[in-house]
Design a binder for this molecule. Structure first.
Ligand code: SF4
Length: 326
């Protein structure tokens, strides 16, 4: 495939992302994008991309984009034989749980998550021993092993609804301590938390938010609920990545800050060129392991296939499906 041909074929895609990708960088991406689009057809594959993927992945090769909940839902509907998960490992596991008969690929096996790795299945069993009879609500940012020990899953978008759906006065909520504290502030249900943190969101501080307000008068500040509670208190709005994206589309703030992973503002800004994005952000090193060359290689070699022990998968699937039914 000649480089010139790849450039010609991908030219319409570049028009979409030219506000966030300089022209000098595009030739580096064009060949991989052209090859990936051809591979998707020949492999009957779809690419599911999280909101934290870089724009050349998010806007140029992905078939389905969104937050963890959206990807889990769409993974269920995907009728392709192969799913490539452009995101981190627990997301690929969730896609596999919901599509046991399909081939699910993750382009880099090392794409992990500080939150997911903060807790093990044995830890969940210990929490249950310590709090007998208290249901366990587990954030989808967790391994299949941990989901299998849980009563139900939640995402940052539906956590309050899930906690309140159980009809108990206390729940155990794992593994994100700040998400648990932020939900506890909004519900009468008592929440027992685990001390796991997202290494991207835990770094935002209230002082940083106050400085943004001073430096950019009138700015609208949106925060992800994995941020510490003192950051949430200073923000104008709290929501999942999809909620933030919808907020920008709905409210069209003149100037906005998204307190979340760096690529999110790039991806949202492509669809809202009239909005001015202030971009203080923290990079997720795990998400950034997924690149176009790795997606291409994943489809060429059909690696790395995600496998989960069927008995464990059945238990983990029950927790995810129970969430999707709420
Ligand atoms: S952004 Fe945070 S929660 Fe998401 S994958 Fe990275 S470390 Fe995990």
């Amino acid at each position: 495939m000649s480089a010139a041909l790849a450039l010609e074929r991908t030219a319409p895609l570049y028009q979409r992302v030219k506000s966030v990708i300089p022209p000098i960088e595009w030739p580096v991406f064009a060949d991989d994008i052209d090859a990936i689009l051809a591979l998707k057809r020949s492999r009957n594959a779809v690419i599911l991309a999280h909101n934290y993927m870089t724009p050349e992945i998010f806007h140029c090769v992905a078939d389905i984009v969104g937050d963890s909940l959206a990807l889990a839902r769409e993974a269920m509907k995907a009728d392709a034989e192969v799913i490539v998960l452009a995101g981190v490992h627990f997301m690929a596991e969730t896609a596999k749980l919901l599509n046991p008969g399909k081939t699910v690929l993750i382009p880099d096996l090392e794409a992990g998550c500080s939150l997911a790795s903060s807790i093990t299945a044995a830890d969940v069993r210990l929490m249950r021993e310590k709090h007998p009879g208290v249901p366990v609500v587990t954030y989808v940012n967790s391994s299949a092993d941990v989901k299998a020990e849980s009563d139900i899953c939640c995402t940052s978008a539906n956590a309050k609804k899930i906690v309140e759906s159980l009809g108990t006065d206390t729940v155990i909520m794992l593994p994100d301590e700040y998400l648990a504290q932020n939900i506890a502030a909004k519900t009468d249900v008592k929440i027992i938390a685990w001390a796991g943190h997202c290494e991207v969101h835990e770094r935002f501080t209230a002082a940083e938010v106050r400085a943004l307000r001073t430096d950019y008068p009138g700015v609208t500040i949106l925060a992800h609920p994995e941020c510490p509670p003192e950051v949430i208190k200073e923000a104008d709005y709290t929501g999942s990545t999809s909620d933030m994206s919808n907020y920008v589309g709905r409210e069209k703030p003149a100037r906005v800050v998204l307190l979340t992973e760096c690529s999110m503002a790039d991806n949202v800004s492509v669809n809202h060129p009239q909005v001015n994005f202030v971009r203080p952000c923290n990079l997720c090193p795990h998400m950034k392991r997924i690149t176009l060359p790795k997606i291409r290689r994943s489809l060429e070699t059909m690696t790395h296939q995600v496998t989960i022990d069927p008995a464990l998968a059945a238990r983990a699937r029950r927790a995810v499906e129970r969430m999707l039914a709420v």
